[in-house]
Design a protein around this ligand. Structure first.
Ligand SMILES: [Zn+2]
Length: 498
């Protein structure tokens, strides 16, 4: 961890003790150093809090981590905000890594870590902050979002050993869910081996080598696939992280396979929550909505040229509005990506028999019981006590991932809060693309960049939501299967397994 620039010299002995694993002595030394300095030395107190988090985390002593967190909270406004949030994120990540449970809303420290890292990212677009955010997302089971963040770090810094190793770990976890996709394991192995190459001359953390050894035992060999150039559309979809396939090998060797059907086999279970046909139809509709929205976005962004004859002629206005069909397609894409979330709430209602009136329910309200008491917040409920009782009972990690994604979209928290704001604008007012960002009670003018960036971010979240939903269905199916001996599930096209 970075313990701050100016104070580094006075902490030289602490650093030396940390390097040889004498954590308790290192911390005592740091406390002594800070005790001897004037109490208004914020940088030194911040560094001490950083050591407390680091040492507490290494010794698995939550009390020491919490002391560090309290120390940092007191330094808000004294030290740079981005730095405070980054360190607080690390503190909560250390606590969250040891929190138990797959229940919806479990592991509150992890959620705090995500929120702090997201806030820190607004101030410092830093590879380490992004990597740690991805790690916190990964611990929450939000593998698809984590993968997107690791990809961004590795694109910018191909030798970022932690992002490489963690991305390998993430692919490995996804491979356990997509059981027939060996490319994910090959990708995981490639990442681990690259991470090891990057740390040459320094001790290699055990977890890297262990993971590689396990992969080799399973017969996975490293493989650098030959790069196949796809069509411009396929290349753009992969580059923009909008393909549904998380496999890095497919992306290189067969860019045409940028969409895999997330539910690899039709589900044959007799289940309480709706027939499997209804579930699959809803799920297919959801994927189709996503694909259509992406099609609109590609044309809206000019990735695919439009025939000039397709533009409608409109009266010139004083609003400096862009009246082209392209602008309209981007707005349509944004609306359609929000539709993915709307359909996701329909699917949740169906699978878990939540009993919502779907006309009153959206992705934020679906988590609460139907007709919450007057005055209760009608958005993603925060406290597990506010959840719908049927969702609170679930121990499905993917459902928790989806719930946490909904929390990140909530306007009051998370770096995606502005997207919920965009949704309200699209739903309740006229959105005009134009030369500036301004709004009145009837219409909202947004610059093309604003709506394009927002829609791209939204598209990646919609993609993640599709996967978390697929894994939610799969997890519920597996749970039924466990309780029903002899049940038959159709696993892959035409392959019956008992
Ligand atoms: Zn693949």
């Amino acid at each position: 961890m970075d313990h701050g620039g100016d104070s580094q010299a006075v902490f030289r002995k602490t650093e030396e003790l940390m390097a040889v694993g004498e954590y308790t002595l290192a911390l005592a030394e740091a406390e002594q150093v800070v005790g001897a300095l004037p109490p208004d030395n914020g940088a030194a107190r911040g560094a001490l809090a950083g050591y407390q988090i680091d040492v507490g985390s290494r010794l698995e002593r939550d009390d020491i981590v919490r002391t560090g967190i309290a120390g940092l909270e007191a330094l808000r406004g004294v030290l740079e905000d981005g730095h405070v949030d980054y360190c607080l994120g690390n503190g909560h990540l250390a606590l969250g890594g040891r929190e138990e449970g797959n229940a919806v809303g479990a592991q509150p420290s992890l959620q705090k870590a995500v929120e702090h890292f997201e806030r820190a990212l607004k101030n410092r677009r830093d590879d380490q902050v992004r990597t740690n955010l991805a790690t916190a997302l990964q611990y929450q089971g939000r593998y698809i979002e984590a993968l997107d963040e690791y990809d961004l770090v590795v694109q910018a810094n191909p030798k970022h050993e932690i992002a490489l190793a963690q991305r390998g770990r993430c692919l490995w976890l996804i491979a356990a869910l997509l059981r027939h996709h060996g490319g994910l394991l090959v990708g995981a192995l490639n990442d681990h081996l690259r991470a090891i190459e990057c740390v040459v001359g320094r001790p290699v953390p055990d977890s890297y080598t262990d993971a590689v050894r396990r992969l080799l035992k399973r017969g996975v060999r490293p493989q650098i696939p030959e790069k196949v150039i796809g069509t411009p559309t396929q290349e753009w979809i992969i580059g923009a992280q909008l393909g549904l396939d998380p496999c890095p090998i497919c992306k290189t060797a067969s860019p045409g396979a940028f969409d895999v059907f997330p539910l690899s086999g039709p589900l044959r279970m007799k289940r309480p929550g709706g027939s499997y046909e209804a579930i699959l139809d809803t799920f297919n509709a959801l994927c189709r909505t996503y694909g259509t929205a992406r099609w609109c976005l590609m044309r809206g962004l000019g990735v695919v040229e439009l025939d000039p004859g397709e533009d409608i002629v409109l009266a010139p206005t004083m609003l400096h509005a862009h009246t082209s069909v392209r602008a309209g397609l981007t707005v349509t894409a944004a609306t359609q990506f929000f539709m993915v979330f709307q359909q996701a709430s329909c699917l949740l209602n169906l699978i878990f028999e939540l009993g919502h009136n779907l006309r009153q329910v959206d992705f934020w309200r679906v988590w609460a019981p139907p007709d919450p008491p007057k005055g209760q917040r009608r958005s993603a409920p925060l406290a597990p006590g506010e959840l719908h009782p049927k969702l609170a009972l679930s121990r499905n990690f993917a459902l928790n991932a989806l719930y946490r994604l909904a929390c990140s979209l909530d306007v009051r928290q998370g770096r995606h809060g502005s997207l919920r704001d965009l949704r309200n604008k699209l739903a309740h007012r006229i959105v005009v693309v134009g030369t500036e960002d301004r709004e009145s009670s009837e219409y909202v003018m947004m610059r093309p960049e604003t709506i394009e960036m927002g829609t791209l971010g939204l598209a990646r979240l919609a993609k993640a939501a599709i996967w978390y939903l697929a894994w939610t269905v799969q997890g519920e199916e597996d749970a039924v299967l466990e309780r029903t001996p002899g049940a038959v599930i159709l696993d892959g096209p035409g392959v019956l397994r008992v």
